[in-house]
Design a protein around this ligand. Sequence first.
Ligand code: V47
Ligand code: SF4
Length: 390
Amino acid sequence: MMTSTELFQQAGIDEDLVRIADKVFRSERINDEDCLVLFEKGSLGFVGTLANHIREKLHGDITYFNRNFHIEPTNVCVFSCAFCSYSRLYAHKEDGWELGIDQMLDIVKSYDGKPVTEVHIVGGVHPKMNLAYFKELISKIHAHRPGLHIKAFTAVELDYMFRKAKLSIEEGLRELVEAGMQSLPGGGAEIFHPEIRQKIAADKVDADGWLKIHETAHKLGLHSNATMLYGHIETFAHRVDHMRRLRDLQDQTKGFNTFIPLKFRNSNNDMSHVPESSIVEDMRMYAIARIYLDNFPHLKAYWPMLGRQQAQLSLAFGVNDIDGTIDDSTKIYSMAGSEEQNPTMSTEELVALIRQVNRQPVERDTLYQVIHDFGKKDEPSKPIVNPSLN
Ligand code: V47
Ligand code: SF4
């Protein structure tokens, strides 16, 4: 019988691509040059085949989702990222908001008795919401519902908070951990390379600062995610550079759980003249990330931004996790023109969506402990009692 590599050769596939396929099938790491070749020459079908091979080797058909809810403390922000559709300089401008601690606690209380396992807290960088304010918020949430995993603050928010408090990263993180923070979301990474970062996010924390915060968090035993905002003015080489910096850090710390490519949306921001990437390019992005980031256990599609059908499609291109926000109050994407203007999906819908493409829905907690294995189509589901539900 012919090997997959021989099949590719016989089909007349470019020899650089065949060489890369050979590495993938031998479970060998691809290098930066290979990754660039995949971006430049790899067809959707080709990169999809390799990514799906890796996905199924790692996870079979399992597709994780998580029941969480978002709190956005404010959209007031001292920074001025060109792609951002959401930040306002002042809360008193028409659509600016800033929430008090009791208002945010009321949001948490509105989920009392509901089977959510995580709260995701991310917002703009408000000049008056400081470390003390957020410590109080986190400790009150933790005291109210100790089983709820608190995933909070991008490296951008943390950098600003700690600098204002005149604390080192480690000191600042320790204070938040003591209050009850348990992991970090992956936002604020955008594109690390200074050629692009200077143009789209000039005034916030740079690549080294972002990576240092995640490195320190990992050393303190926290897990985190990593994102990349793609499909605007960056080149393929900038994407490779971004993923290389993440892969290098992950080699050292093993602290990243998930990589989340974020598709640039062009409504209501200073980059509205930049066209959005096509669905084919989105799927190629997922697939190539799955192939290159061999040390990242999970690849996530954020469905409120991508839309239900594209998220479903991504499960054939390396993705093994769909962000499972049940009642998404996040405005960052709806304001940027995402597919989902009202992103809510019941667990039943999410399970059906995953089963429809012959994958196996599994509810997880933040750290990928299984809560409920729903099984594939026609299989019985196996609920597992998890303490984080209380
Ligand atoms: O850092 C802002 C992005 C991010 C736009 O860790 C935009 O589980 C597209 O990081 N078009 C914040 N994207 C959201 C984020 C996130 C989301 C879901 C899950 C997790 C996780 C993290 O949103 C920002 C920025 O990269 N963003 N504006 C826009 N116009
Ligand atoms: Fe502020 Fe974040 Fe928007 Fe940048 S992306 S302007 S840091 S809210």
